[in-house]
Write a protein that binds this ligand. Structure first.
Ligand SMILES: [Zn+2]
Length: 311
């Protein structure tokens, strides 16, 4: 090879690897909160597909053949984990082993679980840490701390795939985390307006355990951990008694769940119907819960608005 040909060859090689390095990572997120985290941390170095669109119930989502192909083509697949995606094993088996699948919830430091008996009967329950046997609560994004932790986990995963871009991912993650810290400070100020004796949250399904843990609420769900579970008559009667006895001022429906039961409960007890909460992920685009900050501001605002004493 002549000197010139050798130089050209090296130049082409460098250009080739540069192009490969600049191609954005393909990330598929199975939950709206994870899609936001991946977009924020990945910036223009990640092309993120939200496979389960905002406003769609992740408990009942069923991936199509096209969805499985999308997952097979991804560099990284982010799942909420903790049994939220009941189809996850099937998806992983059908999509093959090329893409890395990370069930983010399973790496969080403090996962809540319900004693199996309570998860099935919806009886009043004390949550416990996952180390005790029970059914894990997959709704981890209602704790801002969990989202902070998840954003760091996503940063590590992206940096693992593109070590040369680790610094950019770290910068992006830090900017996002600063916004989450500000959100947490706002939430603390808001929740402080509700005296602790009034921190009872009556909701459609059992989705707010993490919010309750962070802010000292007790959750009284109509149904269980999945939107597919239904309350039995005995549980409903207990709940009605409880709301009347404790003079609970409000009950909450959820954006993605039929509000009929919560409406009946409100009518039966005289508790007012609070603004519907976003339980299982973001609301559709254009709604007031279409990103994480908006969703949390809506939920906490609705809870404080309904439960804080009137001045
Ligand atoms: Zn749910």
């Amino acid at each position: 090879m002549t000197h010139l040909a050798r130089l050209l060859f090296l130049l082409l090689l460098a250009a080739g690897s540069l192009a490969a390095a600049e191609k954005p990572l393909r990330v598929v997120a199975l939950h709206s909160v994870l899609a936001e985290i991946a977009r924020e941390v990945g910036g223009d170095r990640a092309s993120v597909i939200a496979l389960v669109p905002a406003g769609v119930d992740p408990h009942t989502f069923d991936p199509s053949a096209a969805d499985i192909r999308t997952v097979a083509d991804a560099d990284l697949v982010l799942a909420a984990g903790l049994h939220l995606e009941t189809y996850l094993d099937r998806l992983a088996a059908n999509a093959g082993t090329r893409s890395r699948l990370v069930p983010v919830g399973e790496a969080l430091p403090l996962v809540l679980s319900l004693p199996t008996s309570a998860a099935h009967t919806h009886a009043a329950h004390e949550r416990q840490n996952l180390s005790a046997a029970g059914e894990p609560d997959p709704h981890w994004w209602h704790s801002i701390d969990n989202v902070l932790f998840a954003s760091d986990l996503v940063r590590l995963e992206l940096a693992r795939l593109r070590p040369n871009q680790a610094e950019a991912f770290a910068r992006n993650a830090q900017a996002y985390q600063q916004r989450l810290f500000a959100l947490k400070a706002w939430a603390a100020r808001e929740v402080a307006r509700i005296p602790s004796a009034r921190r009872h949250l009556v909701t459609s399904h059992d989705a707010f355990g993490y919010l309750a843990r962070d802010w000292g609420f007790t959750v009284h769900p109509l149904a269980g951990l999945s939107t597919e579970s239904e309350p039995d008559a005995k549980h409903l009667a207990h709940l009605i008694d409880f709301i009347r006895r404790e003079r609970i001022p409000a009950v909450f429906a959820e954006g993605s769940v039929n509000p009929k039961l919560a409406q009946n409960l409100s009518r039966e007890t005289g508790a007012r119907l609070g603004s519907p909460l976003y339980a299982d992920g973001f609301g559709p685009i254009g709604s007031n819960g279409s990103n994480y900050e908006a969703m949390m501001r809506h939920n906490i605002g609705a809870i404080v608005g309904a439960l804080a004493p009137r001045k």
